[in-house]
Design a protein around this ligand. Structure first.
Ligand SMILES: Nc1ncnc2c1ncn2[C@@H]1O[C@H](COP(=O)(O)OP(=O)(O)OP(=O)(O)O)[C@@H](O)[C@H]1O
Length: 667
């Protein structure tokens, strides 16, 4: 006991030293902003240097006050310890040193040396003699006295026991947004987080296995490990909805990464406001991969064969390009399969070149100005064979004109599917069209055929099972040359087009080479609740590896009641007496009424602890207490109703209460 107290005291003193170093770093960075502007060679350099220093000072000062390390590894004298023989390192969310050249007091969790902290085990200690985990008072703002416990594993001596610190962290009540898991990343998660930038991975993971956490930590890892490449090419995180983005919004900033774009797929393609909603039959056709071919045909139907030769007046000369030559030019450019806008310019350039050859034979070399002028003089010809188009115009034509649609969709869509696509009341022109969500996906498809969109170096896609083939294409073309981290669970597919297999989804994303891996240890849902939810799996028509829960705690109650409203109110009233967040999940039609009831009963605390929501919105979120109201109503009226219920049941961190009046749709 005495030696433990002594060790704790030593570590608290070390933490004091780290705090002093951090305070000095913040002061230094702020001073450097001023000094940096003075030392730069030119105004532009000063601007650039000032920007870097200001960003660093801002990032440091915006970091929350919190403990500066969470772990420590001490290497042994074996060859497995490599360069770190006998060394000891504290590990935290950011590197800390007393001055830039000094050895670090704390190493960043993403540094190569930290890997041993996450990966070492008694079966393979990786040169680690002792792994130490620190226990801090929950919510600590980093006062050294808050260091309340430490736990040592003597790995080299073959000692291995489940960590109490990790278990405590997993069982902590969840209030507010998602937390980072840098202190407790598990080995199978760490492998995914640290996969090289060039590698595309697809993670199939049961509810609560940490897919979202892994995706966010992978983003932070890539930014740290490949700073130039990733920042230059850009990193994008795509989530299913606003509530989810809000929920995850604190994780990257808490890991020191403030500037990553996190958005929904709708945000990424929001060229117009969404002002219409498609019937499901229509949306299903619009989201089908065959629409890509239909739209391509519709776009290239605008390209027509030249019908007469072209004459160019050039001072006293008159040059001619024959019909055969023009046809050859257009056919040649079409065969190159370049983006539509590039093709249009190539037609112009090639015709100009034909004219130039004639002109140079007769009148000597021609300069760029001559080329530009000649290009302008054949504008009418270019417009006639390869007209300028707006993507909206092409989509509107397909949705308005049965003949244009039939020509583009012949052999691809059935007559019934074509009928489902046509607008019941077409707008006067595309400019006054009321676009739906799916229409924006179609517009993006055409826009990318016209001109390639700028891409990202890496895209992390969460809840990827829910993307339609056409949405996959939206993201795929934005990461054409980069890599992806695809995260999802086929069993949680709730959209009408949700994927049934990963290879299919990856093909739509244009990343068929991605390695498919699974996470099978659940960190959210306690074993009893998971076992109950898993009874739905055989009915979900997907093949997913079984998962096991890390958590043995938890409480499950299933209650039949004649009065659902009263029972829900009572359940919420009892839940608010316990710590943690509360989620009431019900059929969409019931949500408004239950929300009003919760407000009327004065159960809305500030910050709010009770959320009433449908399963689709609860996706990706978690609550300490979940109250699922009338499972039969959640299931009915939706082809993926059982998947919605599976999502609802697997949001619970500690307690799940199921209230029902009708028979349960669970065997
Ligand atoms: N290694 C870990 N240490 C501590 N907490 C963890 C760890 N891995 C996951 N968690 C926690 O488990 C919970 C579930 O994680 P997460 O939301 O990332 O899972 P998921 O697989 O995306 O779930 P779902 O499919 O249901 O959306 C979160 O609270 C997360 O912080």
């Amino acid at each position: 006991m005495k030696s433990l107290d002594h060790a704790l005291d030593q570590e608290r003193r070390y933490h004091d030293r780290c705090r002093t170093a951090l305070a000095a770093t913040i002061t230094d960075s702020t001073e450097q902003v001023v000094a940096g502007e003075g030392v730069a060679a030119s105004g532009a350099d000063a601007e650039a240097l000032g920007y870097v220093l200001r960003s660093r000072a801002k990032a440091l000062s915006e970091e929350p006050d919190r403990p500066l390390f969470f772990g420590r590894v001490t290497f042994d004298e074996s060859s497995a310890a490599g360069d770190h023989l006998g060394q000891s390192y504290h590990i935290g969310r950011r590197r800390l040193a007393e001055h830039p050249e000094a050895p670090p007091l704390v190493v960043d969790w993403r540094a190569p040396v930290s890997r041993a902290f996450y990966q070492a085990g008694a079966h393979d200690p990786k040169g680690v003699a002792v792994r130490r985990r620190f226990g801090w008072t929950p919510g600590s703002s980093g006062a050294s006295e808050d260091l309340s416990s430490l736990e040592d594993e003597h790995l080299a001596a073959g000692e291995s026991a489940p960590s109490l610190t990790v278990a405590r962290e997993l069982e902590r009540p969840r209030v507010g947004p998602m937390r980072d898991i840098a202190a407790t990343i598990q080995p199978e998660q760490d492998d995914l987080v640290r996969a090289p930038l060039s590698k595309s991975v697809c993670v199939q993971g049961a509810p609560g296995t940490g897919k979202t956490a892994v995706g966010l930590h992978r983003a932070a890892y890539l930014l740290y490990t490949y700073p130039g490449r990733v920042q230059r090419s850009g990193l994008l995180i795509v989530g299913p909805n606003r509530a989810f983005l809000q929920y995850i919004s604190d994780v990257l900033p808490s890991l020191g990464e403030l500037e990553v774009r996190q958005c929904t797929i709708q945000d990424e393609i929001a060229r117009h406001p969404v002002r219409a909603q498609d019937p499901q039959a229509t949306a299903l056709v619009k989201h089908d991969a065959r629409m890509a071919q239909v739209l391509r045909r519709a776009l290239y139907a605008r390209v027509t064969e030249p019908t007469s030769s072209v004459a160019v007046v050039d001072g006293s000369y008159r040059w001619r390009v024959s019909l055969d030559e023009l046809r050859e030019v257009v056919a040649g450019v079409l065969a190159q399969d370049a983006p539509y806008a590039v093709g249009r310019e190539r037609v112009r350039t090639r015709v100009v070149n034909v004219v130039r050859q004639q002109a140079e034979r007769r009148a000597g070399p021609k300069n760029n100005e001559w080329m530009r002028k000649t290009g302008r003089s054949i504008a009418a010809f270019v417009d006639s064979v390869w007209p300028k188009v707006r993507p909206e115009e092409i989509v509107a034509a397909v949705l308005t004109s049965p003949t244009a649609l039939a020509a583009a969709a012949d052999g691809r869509l059935t007559a019934e599917e074509q009928k489902a696509l046509l607008w019941p009341k077409p707008p006067r022109s595309w400019k006054s069209a009321r676009w739906s969500d799916a229409d924006l996906v179609l517009i993006d498809e055409v826009a990318a055929l016209v001109e390639r969109p700028p891409g990202y170096g890496h895209v992390v896609i969460d809840e990827a099972q829910d993307l339609s083939p056409m949405q996959c294409r939206v993201l795929g073309r934005r990461v054409d040359l980069g890599s992806v981290t695809v995260l999802g669970d086929l069993a949680q597919g709730t959209t009408p087009w949700a994927a049934r297999t990963w290879p299919e989804q990856l093909a739509h994303l244009g990343k068929p080479e991605s390695q498919i891996l699974s996470l099978t240890t659940g960190f959210r849902v306690p074993a009893t609740i998971l076992a109950y939810a898993n009874r739905l799996l055989p009915s979900l028509n997907v093949s997913v590896p079984p998962s096991l829960s890390f958590r043995t705690d938890g409480h499950l109650a299933v209650q039949a009641t004649p009065d659902l409203t009263r029972a829900t109110l009572k359940a919420v009233q009892s839940a608010v007496k316990l710590p943690g967040s509360i989620g009431v999940i019900a059929a969409p039609g019931e949500v408004g009424r239950l929300q009003r009831m919760v407000s009327a009963a004065g159960l809305n605390t500030s910050p709010p602890r009770v959320s009433v929501l449908p399963a689709a919105t609860a996706k990706g979120l978690e609550f300490d207490h979940v109250i699922v109201v009338e499972p039969a109503a959640i299931v009915e009226g939706d082809a993926r109703g059982l998947n919605h219920l599976y999502v609802a049941l697997t949001r619970a961190v500690t307690r799940l209460e199921i209230l029902h009046r009708r028979p349960l749709p669970i065997d």
